[in-house]
Design a protein around this ligand. Structure first.
Ligand code: PAF
Length: 280
């Protein structure tokens, strides 16, 4: 496995790699990341991963300085998973002095996470576009847990004609339903016990829908009430939205992205489920 830290070195190595899958990460890897690597290995002749805690996607009061990091462990996991190339740049490699560009994807970034975290998706879109330009993957792999991020990245590649196929893989969960996330490491033991409540609420919304309920307010109110039953949890939003535009729905006709963001102390958790079948 090649571990490279400069744009020039990645460009040189990429030339020999053929059909390449990229798994972009901010490190502190868990089984969710490794499932993306496994899927990429099954679909591409070579796999690259990036490890970069991207400062531009963190707001001024967010957790950039305390974001968990363990690059030696990450490299051992990626090597064991059969990754061919890892790009681990320093911030100055990605954002050299004088760096001034930013990619703003409109529309879908104004809602949900974008409303609570202004500027977050400009940071994500910019770094992902840079990673695509540097690594030039055939396919790039993202997790469904960050549903809005996947919508933004699909729009980014479509609107800017970036020749990368975006693959979104299912969320990997703990046995009690909690979606795997590097930020779960922040949770105290008591918060960890409370944390599955978000997925339990989303699953209750799913069951109501499966039972025939189509009124989005009833779904939202049911999920909100379940979360409000957990005193340690504060709701940022509970949403029943169109999966492509992310606009809130009044009725679920065909498909909906049901997503939520909550706070447990200083830790923010997000999760989602998809209701219904995609349009034929
Ligand atoms: O999902 C993440 O880990 C990050 O947002 C990404 C896509 C690696 C960009 O920094």
């Amino acid at each position: 496995m090649q571990v490279l830290t400069t744009v020039a070195a990645v460009r040189a190595a990429r030339a020999g790699l053929g059909d390449l899958g990229l798994v972009p990460t901010m490190g502190y890897l868990h089984d969710g990341h490794l499932s993306l690597v496994a899927q990429a290995k099954g679909e591409c002749s070579a796999v690259a991963a990036s490890i970069f805690v991207n400062p531009t996607q963190f707001g001024p009061n967010e957790d950039l300085s305390r974001y968990p990091r363990d690059v030696p462990r990450d490299l051992a996991l990626l090597e064991a998973a059969g990754v061919d190339l890892v790009f681990t740049p320093e911030p100055a490699q990605m954002y050299p002095a004088g760096f001034d560009a930013s990619i703003v994807v409109g529309g879908v970034t104004g809602r949900l996470e974008g409303a609570v975290r202004p500027g977050h998706f400009a940071g994500v879109a910019t770094v992902v576009a840079k990673l695509f330009n540097i690594v030039q993957p055939t396919r790039a792999y993202f997790g469904q847990k960050d549903a809005q991020q996947s919508v933004v990245i699909r729009k980014l590649v479509r609107d800017l004609d970036i020749p990368v196929e975006i693959v979104v893989a299912p969320t990997v969960r703990e046995a009690d339903g909690l979606a795997l996330s590097s930020r779960n490491s922040y949770l105290t033991p008591a918060q960890r016990v409370a944390a599955p409540r978000l997925f339990q609420a989303l699953s209750a919304g799913q069951r109501l829908f499966d039972g025939g309920e189509r009124n989005a307010d009833i779904l939202r109110n049911t999920m909100r009430a379940m979360i409000e039953g957990e005193p340690a949890m504060q709701i940022d939003y509970i949403s029943v939205a169109d999966p492509l535009t992310l606009q809130e729905l009044s009725t679920v006709e065909q498909q909906a992205l049901v997503s939520g963001a909550v706070r447990l102390g200083a830790t923010r958790l997000i999760d989602n489920v998809i209701l219904g079948e995609p349009p034929a």
